[in-house]
Design a protein around this ligand. Structure first.
Ligand SMILES: Nc1ncnc2c1ncn2[C@@H]1O[C@H](COP(=O)(O)OP(=O)(O)OP(=O)(O)O)[C@@H](O)[C@H]1O
Length: 447
């Protein structure tokens, strides 16, 4: 065989292997379960009231009038983005048919670190929608120059515009002083004043999306009165609504691969966690991915349970990664007490955990913080809901102490923290650590 033939058989073989995975997948159209999937209206379940309200508020855009500003609030995953975008999409289509230039400019504020970045992002998005050059550099010009460019683009290319600010409460900006006005307050003020002040002749309205029910209370008075929104409230979904949402995406999977309990179980897990549709969809998708990884032809309940566990680990991991190394060590020392204990120990006495912590600092040759610092770190762990604590008086000599109980499995917590580079060194002495933990436990209870 010549080189050409070799090449051909290699690419055939790569193609074959790639297709193997595709053909064997339990999914038919996995994109339907993508967190950012744009779904058809017939897949939207319920939310009739919110749809009705938003339709009423946006109707003026088609009648030559300015729609009111809106504040959409409710917990995460309750359909705020979905519903506002679904209505805007229809407005765009109707506006096009009536030769009205209606534009939607949307930014997600979650990752925007400052007012200036938010304004720049608005310019970029408006320019993309209008099909023109951004026209201002990202740095080297003032925020008001960027804002002016934004207004110019809106004035030149649209008759009516909705600006959607997703997760608006996260746009706090660089506040040097806690009394400084947060960036969202400034931006809302500027955007809602732009039409009022005649800076742009076009109709501009703002729809702000937030999880924070007290958002308006925290808004600066001047921003509050010029923004002055119509509220649209999104409440949690219950398990039945979540089931219906998943049912309408059943065709993301091949026919016949979903066992009966999959949809109710995914919905039930997500309903426990305030009724977040994003979470239900994520579980549904992850269960399928786990089935694919295992090479199974059907998705069964254990796959959903494994998906739930994976989600829990991810959540814990993300939160824990943000902790300083001393806090990680304190939490790790506390978690390994029930994990290594020979007794059936659920609540961990702080005295035992602190001694284990001291031992670990020695082993790692790192700073040993005071007992008070340890208690403070654990107090923080409590606010993150990693542990709950109770005060106990006891007859073992040292008076009142605290006891910690882990909200999730302490083994998962310990495992998560162990993958931290330095704690991995500790793992090598596992049996030694186990005996130290048990010696401290015995000392505490027997001593
Ligand atoms: N009523 C519904 N019908 C069908 N799918 C829904 C419904 N509500 C939410 N979803 C789906 O759940 C996911 C999360 O919804 P969405 O992004 O709209 O939530 P959100 O309230 O904006 O959340 P966040 O505050 O976290 O941004 C999306 O994939 C969306 O398609």
């Amino acid at each position: 065989m010549g080189d050409g033939d070799d090449q051909q058989s290699l690419s055939q073989s790569i193609k074959g292997r790639l297709q193997e995975g595709v053909q064997d997948s339990v999914f038919r159209d996995k994109g339907l379960l993508d967190p950012d999937a744009v779904i058809d209206e017939d897949r939207i379940v319920g939310r009739d009231e919110q749809l009705e309200d938003i339709i009423t508020y946006l109707r003026p855009a088609l009648q030559g009038n300015r729609p009111p500003n809106m504040l959409l609030y409710g917990p995460s995953g309750t359909g705020k983005s979905l519903i506002i975008n679904a209505v805007c999409q229809q407005v765009i289509e109707l506006a096009n048919s009536q030769d009205i230039d209606f534009g939607v400019v949307e930014i997600n504020c979650q990752t925007l670190k400052s007012h200036d970045r938010a304004v720049y992002q608005l310019v970029e998005n408006a320019a993309a929608k209008a099909g023109v050059e951004v026209g201002v550099p990202q740095s080297g010009v003032s925020t008001s120059q960027k804002l002016n460019r934004f207004y110019d683009i809106l004035s030149e290319h649209f008759e009516s515009v909705i600006i959607i600010l997703d997760e608006v409460d996260l746009l706090v900006g660089r506040q040097r002083d806690p009394n400084d006005e947060p960036a969202y307050s400034k931006l809302l003020y500027q955007l809602s004043r732009a039409s009022q002040l005649g800076r742009i002749d076009q109709h501009v309205s703002v729809a702000a999306l937030t999880n924070d029910p007290r958002f308006m209370e925290e808004l600066d008075g001047r921003a509050e009165s010029s923004f002055n929104p119509q509220d649209v409230v999104f409440s949690d979904y219950d398990a039945n609504q979540l089931q219906a949402i998943l049912e309408r995406r059943r065709d993301a999977f091949q026919e016949g691969v979903l066992e009966d309990g999959i949809i109710p179980l995914s919905a039930a897990f997500a309903a426990q966690d305030h009724g977040d549709a994003r979470k239900a969809i994520d579980l549904f998708r992850t269960a399928g991915e786990i089935a694919d990884r295992a090479g199974d032809d059907t998705v069964h309940e254990q796959h959903v349970r494994d998906a739930q566990e994976e989600a829990e680990r991810d959540r814990t991991l993300t939160q824990m990664q943000g902790l300083s190394s001393q806090k990680k060590l304190s939490l790790y020392a506390t978690a390994i007490v029930p994990v290594y204990s020979n007794r059936n120990l659920n609540a961990v006495p702080s005295t035992v955990a602190y001694r284990v912590y001291q031992y670990l600092t020695e082993l790692l040759d790192t700073d040993e913080k005071s007992r008070d610092s340890y208690l403070r770190y654990m107090g923080e762990a409590e606010t993150y809901n990693f542990v709950t604590s109770e005060k106990r008086g006891r007859g073992y000599g040292s008076g009142v102490h605290k006891e910690y109980t882990f909200v999730d499995d302490p083994e998962v917590v310990a495992e998560t923290l162990r993958s931290d580079i330095r704690l991995e060194e500790v793992e090598q002495d596992e049996s030694l650590i186990q005996s130290v933990v048990n010696a401290q436990i015995e000392d505490f209870f027997e001593g």
